[in-house]
Design a binder for this molecule. Structure first.
Ligand SMILES: Cc1cc2nc3c(=O)[nH]c(=O)nc-3n(C[C@H](O)[C@H](O)[C@H](O)COP(=O)(O)O)c2cc1C
Length: 200
């Protein structure tokens, strides 16, 4: 590792460099007025655990913006790394011109608690109801409560634990997609005693 005094820094212009981000497929619509649509969102994140809440930031010019603003419901579908092509495609074409479900070969399936459909092929589907909309500038942040979650059953192990890593998670950093690599620790591992006899 480089010695601390040799790590040089450069001043970089202020910008959205926080990485990696989770590129998710957000589904919306599914009414007579709006057919089901998908928008790729990288600016998504957990923001509260009780009640469980997340946010997505959407530019007002997106076709999906009007749908989410009006319906106040959406689903965050977490893709696997194998779905990177569909994720990218849903982020470069608009639902104004394309049926993104059929174009990406994805299947809309009923959500448990909200109007928009889930993406059946995505391993994790997080159903959300908008609580607040914040006009921040270039983006509207939709602050939403998680009202239901669906997970693919093959990701739940014998002890009932969700093993999301089995599906191959996808990350987005500085304009590029990455498949997450090997696990290097578990929450709190830095302070836990190593059990004797375990070989490293
Ligand atoms: C990897 C990736 C991440 C993106 N993240 C966002 C985002 O966080 N917010 C946003 O408004 N647009 C984002 N976009 C752009 C929209 O997905 C894109 O403009 C899309 O075509 C809008 O679809 P719509 O017109 O059907 O709503 C992203 C695109 C890609 C490829």
């Amino acid at each position: 590792m480089a010695r601390k005094e040799t790590i040089e820094k450069q001043s970089w212009k202020p910008g959205n460099v926080l990485s990696p981000a989770p590129p998710v497929l957000v589904s919306c619509g599914g009414t007579q007025a709006w057919k089901p649509n998908l928008i790729t969102i990288a600016w998504a994140g957990n923001i509260c655990s009780d009640p469980p809440m997340l946010s997505i930031s959407v530019r007002p010019e997106r076709y999906s913006h009007e749908i989410i603003r009006t319906m106040r419901e959406f689903v965050v579908n977490v893709p696997s790394a194998g779905q990177a092509r569909a994720v990218d495609w849903c982020g470069v074409v608009s639902g104004r011109n394309e049926d993104k479900f059929s174009g990406a070969g994805l299947t809309p399936a009923p959500a448990l608690k909200v109007g928009p459909p889930i993406v059946r092929e995505c391993p994790l589907n997080i159903e959300c109801r908008v609580r607040q909309s914040l006009e921040l500038g270039s983006h509207t942040m939709f602050v939403a409560e998680v009202v239901a979650v669906q997970v693919s059953a093959d990701l739940i192990d014998g002890k009932g634990r969700l093993r999301l890593e089995k599906c191959g998670l996808l990350a987005f950093a500085h304009g590029q997609y990455f498949a997450l690599g090997r696990r290097i620790g578990r929450f709190g591992f830095s302070v836990r005693k190593r059990s004797r006899g375990v070989r490293r």
